[in-house]
Ligand binder design. Structure first.
Ligand SMILES: NC(=O)c1ccc[n+]([C@@H]2O[C@H](COP(=O)([O-])OP(=O)(O)OC[C@H]3O[C@@H](n4cnc5c(N)ncnc54)[C@H](OP(=O)(O)O)[C@@H]3O)[C@@H](O)[C@H]2O)c1
Length: 228
């Protein structure tokens, strides 16, 4: 069966990806910041999930997991780890350190993951890298207010997705990014539009049909093309 590696698998969207791929019998590597709190992840599908300690801002931890898995082809790398600081995202409320932290997670962390795992993905059958972005990273997306650290770091994530899609084309790797919709997780709260199951089922459907012609694309969870 194929293998998937997911960052931010402790809860929310990352956990649901792990759940659904485990149910389908995939080999799942779930990366979490605190493995001691990952009992539910470990228990998925009777223990088919391997848990790794990995904070995407800790490039030493990224390198360690890449070494542990050096002989494991990874069909699908999902860069999902993310953060949002609520109203502190708004004009006049955040400081440079909070802004930088979102770049560390969404941009530098994703890039470091793609660099560390490029050989694992290139030696796999499917050769897919998927970045979980947001409509907030889209210039044309309607918005009520600026979530400055989140919006700019997700826009940068979209741009590195474009760059990676070009740079990794010769290695046969397809790289794309998703907006998962407004999903009921700790980030968006219980009243969001979609339950995680619906969003992840949609993204998995898109992923199942990805091919090289779609590299560098930005897609909604339901397959609609997003404007940049
Ligand atoms: N929910 C939505 O409506 C929505 C909409 C658009 C985009 N997204 C994107 O979807 C992704 C998942 O969001 P979610 O809704 O599932 O949020 P969530 O429930 O808040 O979960 C965030 C996940 O990211 C992990 N994480 C945060 N910082 C990390 C770091 N430095 N290193 C590794 N893992 C880290 C968290 O781990 P801990 O448990 O250790 O904190 C947790 O597993 C994010 O990239 C988010 O921007 C979500």
């Amino acid at each position: 069966m194929p293998t998937v590696l997911i960052t931010g698998a402790s809860r929310g969207i990352g956990f649901e990806f792990a759940h659904q791929y485990a149910v389908d019998g995939w080999s799942v590597h779930g990366c979490v910041r605190d493995p001691a709190q990952a009992g539910a992840l470990r228990a998925l599908s009777g223990g088919l999930v391997t848990v790794h300690k990995l904070d995407v801002t800790r490039h030493d931890q990224i390198a360690e997991v890449a070494t542990i898995l050096k002989d494991t082809p990874i069909d699908l790398l999902i860069n999902n780890a993310g953060m949002w600081i609520g109203e502190d995202e708004h004009f006049g409320r955040f400081n440079n350190e909070q802004w930088m932290e979102q770049f560390r997670v969404h941009v530098f962390g994703t890039m470091a993951m793609c660099e560390a795992f490029v050989d694992h993905v290139a030696t796999s059958e499917k050769k897919l890298m998927v970045n979980i972005s947001s409509g907030n990273g889209c210039f044309g997306w309607p918005r009520d207010t600026g979530d400055y650290p989140y919006d700019t770091s997700k826009a940068a994530l979209n741009l590195i997705t474009k760059g990676l899609s070009t740079d990794l084309r010769d290695r046969g790797i397809t790289v794309m990014c998703f907006t998962p919709g407004n999903v009921a997780t700790d980030m968006s709260g219980p009243d969001a539009d979609l339950q995680p199951g619906e969003s992840i089922t949609g993204m998995r459907r898109v992923i199942a049909h990805l091919d090289a012609s779609q590299t560098g694309s930005f897609v909604r969870y339901n397959g609609e093309i997003m404007p940049w």
